[in-house]
Design a protein around this ligand. Structure first.
Ligand SMILES: [Zn+2]
Ligand SMILES: [Zn+2]
Length: 367
């Protein structure tokens, strides 16, 4: 069949929106009609080449849609089911999957964007095979994906809101609830309050954090942070965040500092504002070549912990449903995260807006 997809042929872009051929689902795969795809910093990282894929590739890793057809042996979903796509296609068999840490599935290491049998379902007009970002490629009105990339949800949820849960929401909330396990009454700092950082704030609120410090350079983002539950906002463009944090915490620092940017300087800042015995959690994805320096003696004397958090350390099918339950109970906001919608053909505009910091989340909607 024909589909319309956003493809990267050259690092730096532009992103080409074109008609592709899409083959039928094979064993264990499904054809999904996409309803919505979020536009995330990681998509732009693929365009730039910071997140490395061989090109060309169909973009997009945050989406939700409706199952149109299923291949042989598919048991998890049937046509008509609604589903969120996961940017980790997990095998269910490896050591990590077996222990519930499916986001760390050892299969991800081999991620080339091809499906699990190492072949592609998309081809362009010249017959060239095109893999899919994160094995899903949500910036396409149709895609064929493994059933292991799906989280089935009730058709009562708006697929726009559900799409958000596929990346930013789970990454942010999961980092607080699963990775850090913040407890009631603890103090939290969030460095970088974009689409993921705001969800760290939502997670901290659910966990019952007493103080939530939001640190960013952009005042508009800090205003959103306040609406999402930050108790203190710090604009680092005209103050020294370390100094202010020292003042605001009586020199103690916070129990948990979350870094959501992916830069060595801000990771170092997060470490500095972490209290004795506290935990620094790094969520932001840095460039492959970036390194961090941590004072070795201080690490011991302060008993700080430094941990990474990928995809919110989530057990995806359980945790995404739990997040939707919190939404049902009014504990988290989802619609407020979407500040602009686009058609697929406007994808380059959407990336311009992303880079200009205009949106919390831009969202591509399909007919
Ligand atoms: Zn993302
Ligand atoms: Zn696995």
């Amino acid at each position: 069949m024909k589909c319309r997809s956003a493809v990267v042929y050259e690092h730096g872009g532009p992103v080409v929106v074109e008609d592709l051929n899409l083959a039928s689902p094979k064993d264990g795969e499904v054809l999904i009609r996409m309803a919505a795809s979020g536009i995330c910093q990681s998509d732009w990282s693929v365009v730039k080449g910071t997140i490395r894929y061989d090109l060309p590739i169909v973009l997009g890793h945050e989406g939700a849609g409706i199952i149109e057809a299923v291949g042989q042996g598919v048991t998890y979903v049937k046509p008509g089911d609604h589903a969120i796509l996961s940017f980790v296609t997990y095998c269910g068999l490896c050591r990590m999957c077996q222990s519930g840490r499916v986001a760390l599935c050892e299969g991800i290491l081999a991620n080339s964007g091809c499906l699990l049998d190492n072949t592609c379902r998309f081809t362009n007009r010249s017959g060239q095979s095109i893999p899919q970002m994160a094995r899903i490629g949500t910036m396409s009105n149709y895609a064929v994906v493994s059933e292991n990339s799906l989280i089935k949800i009730s058709s009562d949820y708006s697929l726009q809101k559900a799409a958000l849960v596929g990346c930013g929401v789970t990454t942010g909330i999961g980092a607080v609830i699963n990775t850090a396990q913040v407890q009631s009454g603890e103090w939290v700092a969030v460095i970088g309050v974009g689409g993921v950082g705001l969800n760290v704030i939502q997670g901290a609120r659910i966990a019952g954090a007493e103080r939530i410090f939001a640190i960013d350079l952009v005042q508009k983002k800090l205003d959103y942070a306040q609406q999402f539950g930050a108790t203190d906002i710090i604009n680092a463009s005209h103050t020294h965040p370390k100094k202010i944090m020292t003042e605001l915490t009586d020199g103690k620092g916070v129990d948990y500092a979350f870094e959501v940017i992916g830069q060595p300087e801000t990771i170092h800042l997060a470490y500095q504002v972490t209290s004795l015995g506290g935990t620094t959690v790094v969520i932001g994805i840095a460039e492959t070549s970036a390194n961090i320096q941590i004072p070795a003696q201080d690490l011991v004397r302060s008993e700080k912990r430094l941990v990474g958090s990928f995809y919110g350390s989530a057990n995806l099918r359980l945790d995404m449903q739990r997040i939707l339950d919190w939404y049902d109970q009014g504990k988290i906001k989802l619609s407020k995260l979407i500040t602009q919608t686009y058609s697929l053909d406007q994808v380059n505009q959407a990336f311009d807006d992303l880079n200009a910091g205009k949106n919390i989340r831009g969202m591509i909607l399909y007919d």
